[in-house]
Design a protein around this ligand. Structure first.
Ligand code: PHE
Length: 357
């Protein structure tokens, strides 16, 4: 019995895999295994012999069985370790971004603008592109006869014959989202609204569809000084130049009073435009203090709240930042253009990670 024991303990220790181990199990304790056959011999023994041999054989069987299962567990552990070593995946590896296309400059710049204003506490608001005449014009202090309506080259939607209500329009600016946001959220409020706008115009710097971002901040004590600070912070972050100078020129918009057009500092050397240096100026946006009538239209008491608004062309600032000469090319879907001016798809612009990598 000692020989049997030594033999199987040794063989179990030497077994290299689970199938070798299973063969051993059959050979030792299977139905016709060596130990099982020995147990059968008990029947031929005298009762005295049996009393000695029975427990011994049982103990031997138990010992072999537990050696087998201990070895089985050990082999499984080794196999698992091996798999974990072979099958690991480096999730930090850079993606192959060429294959998944590129991000359009308009989307990229929208993300950049959003990241910068989000950092200053502005939430993103949205509104419909097919807008009511009231939201696009009247609520913004542009009544029916106002020349601004004609100036905007508005696209009008079709109305059924006999329907005399004013037709809906393709929104000509993002300012109607100011009204919708005031209606929905009341004051105080701090939002930007990026989105598509439409005007019937087409040349090197105009397309019938383009993009604007609107800004609106209302509270009890907001002034032009806050507007200036917010815009200067924005330009410095967006154009990635510290201390960029701005110029506020008195202007007129029906929905702001006072109103200002804002220019940023630039230079034109050898036909090359550089933002944030030199003594040239480039107009980039319209702004002002929200007109009391506009606050009223949005359901806000102008005796309690005041604030600023601004509107800026996303395509325009994208052209300036990335040196893109013709606006029309933005919307041609020319693959070579998209590959050249597009951005890596998996690099989301953030203030800490970098805006324009
Ligand atoms: N809505 C104006 C435009 O499209 C821009 C603007 C917005 C001006 C808000 C002042 C305040 O030209």
């Amino acid at each position: 019995m000692d020989d049997l024991r030594d033999k199987y303990i040794r063989l179990v220790a030497e077994a290299g895999d689970e199938s070798a181990l299973e063969d051993l199990r059959v050979q030792a304790v299977g139905k016709k295994g060596e130990i099982s056959l020995k147990m059968r011999e008990l029947g031929k023994m005298s009762p005295e012999e049996r009393q000695v041999m029975g427990p011994k054989l049982n103990a031997l069987k138990d010992e072999i069985n537990s050696a087998l299962s201990a070895k089985k567990e050990a082999l499984e552990d080794v196999a698992l370790d091996e798999r974990l070593r072979a099958e690991w995946l480096d999730v930090t590896m850079p993606a192959r971004d060429r294959r998944v296309g590129t991000i359009h400059p308009v989307s990229q710049v929208t993300e950049e603008v959003t990241a910068i204003f989000a950092d200053m506490g502005f939430a993103v608001a949205e509104g419909p592109q097919v807008e009511s005449d009231w939201h696009n014009f009247d609520a913004l202090n542009i009544p029916g006869h106002h020349p601004a309506r004609a100036e905007m080259d508005t696209f009008y939607m079709h109305r059924a014959e006999g329907d005399n209500r004013p037709p809906h329009v393709l929104r000509t600016h993002t300012s109607p989202v100011q009204i919708r946001s005031m209606e929905q959220q009341g004051a105080p409020i701090r939002i930007i609204c990026p989105g598509r706008v439409y005007r019937a115009d087409y040349d090197q710097t105009h397309t019938p569809m383009f993009h604007q971002v609107e800004g609106l901040a209302l509270d009890k004590d907001i002034s032009m000084a806050n507007l200036k600070w917010v815009l200067e912070e924005f330009f410095a972050a967006f154009f990635e130049v510290d201390g960029i100078k701005t110029r506020f020129r008195a202007s007129h918009f029906p929905f702001t009073e006072p109103s200002a057009e804002v220019d940023i500092q630039c230079s034109w050397e050898d036909g090359q435009l550089k933002i944030g240096e030199g003594d040239g100026w480039l107009e980039v946006l319209g702004s002002g203090m929200v007109h009391p009538k506009v606050l009223q239209a949005g359901g806000i008491d102008p005796y309690e709240y005041q604030g600023f608004a601004f509107g800026m062309g996303i395509d325009r600032i994208a052209m300036l930042k990335y040196g893109i000469p013709d606006l029309r090319a933005f919307f041609d879907s020319d693959l070579r253009w998209l590959r050249h001016y597009g951005f890596a798809s998996l690099d989301v612009p953030t203030l800490h990670g970098g805006l324009s990598r």
